[in-house]
Design a protein around this ligand. Structure first.
Ligand code: SF4
Length: 265
């Protein structure tokens, strides 16, 4: 479990589930596959024991999931032990709404999030149909943010599923952005993150796509976070757009935080 995440929009990661399977083109260069393979070879058996065997080369020589999912009960209570509040990315190496995760286990994850409610939890899924089907079985307290990933227009329907759920903060991760999204209806959406693909063979993201999404966010009053241009050298390519960075957070979260600041002062 990582207390210091490298992902700019979160503080920590919490992975009570290990393993996944590719579901759409956004998964082609899945970061989690490489990370799980790396941890599967960790000399610490406590780490490698969780991740070993979840990833292998397929018949085409491409690294892929074995489609086995592991539910790690011992990790469920981790947020209870983190005393200082932080933004926690839930299942950065899997998908909480994957079809192989039993509803009862998802309920346990929600139970911990509702109990350790001094944190903010950021859940991101590509399984928006299952999210919408199951959503009324969970208690969406104010600390739980739910997002969907959308890489191109063909997957914009995930936004419609997201709008059906009761989370206080609903957000979009448009990463890896693989095409233009010129007609976003952002009613009921609290935050938009955009990012380009990185790694060995990244697919291109055009600046015009990003500018257009920024303009739609500005027109519809939705906070915009630009994560990265990506590419083979994402550090050099950076994350500035129009000569500046865009690091907005959801207004509801920002205003809640300023209320806390006022009380403290
Ligand atoms: S859903 Fe996420 S973790 Fe699962 S294969 Fe796709 S990109 Fe990877």
């Amino acid at each position: 479990m990582s207390l210091q995440s490298l992902i700019q929009w979160t503080d920590a990661t919490w992975n009570p589930i290990a393993g996944c399977s590719r579901i759409s083109p956004g998964c082609a260069n899945c970061y989690a596959i490489k990370e799980v393979r790396r941890m599967g070879g960790n000399p610490n058996l406590k780490v490698s024991g969780i991740y070993n065997g979840l990833v292998e080369k397929n018949a085409n020589g491409i690294l892929d999931w074995t489609h086995e999912l592991r539910l790690i009960e011992a990790r469920l209570t981790i947020p209870l032990h983190w005393r200082s509040p932080r933004r926690i990315f839930v299942n950065s190496l899997s998908d909480l709404f994957h079809e192989s995760v039993p509803v009862e286990f998802i309920k346990k994850v929600f139970s911990i999030m509702n109990e350790a409610n001094w944190h903010q939890y950021q859940i991101l899924t590509k399984r928006s149909e299952r999210l919408a089907q199951l959503e009324d079985q969970f208690n969406w307290s104010e600390s739980i943010w739910q997002g969907v990933s959308v890489e191109s227009q063909a997957y914009q329907y995930r936004i419609d599923h997201l709008k059906q759920i009761s989370a206080k903060i609903r957000f979009l991760s448009l990463e890896p952005l693989l095409g233009p999204l010129p007609d976003l209806d952002l009613m009921g959406i609290d935050w938009v993150i955009v990012g380009g693909e990185s790694g060995v063979s990244p697919r291109p993201m055009l600046e015009s796509w990003v500018q257009n999404i920024l303009e739609q966010c500005q027109q519809q009053g939705v906070p915009f976070f630009f994560k990265q241009w990506g590419g083979k050298n994402k550090k050099i390519n950076g994350r500035t757009l129009n000569g500046r960075t865009y690091d907005d957070l959801p207004k509801k979260f920002s205003s809640d935080n300023s209320e806390v600041a006022k009380i403290k002062n």
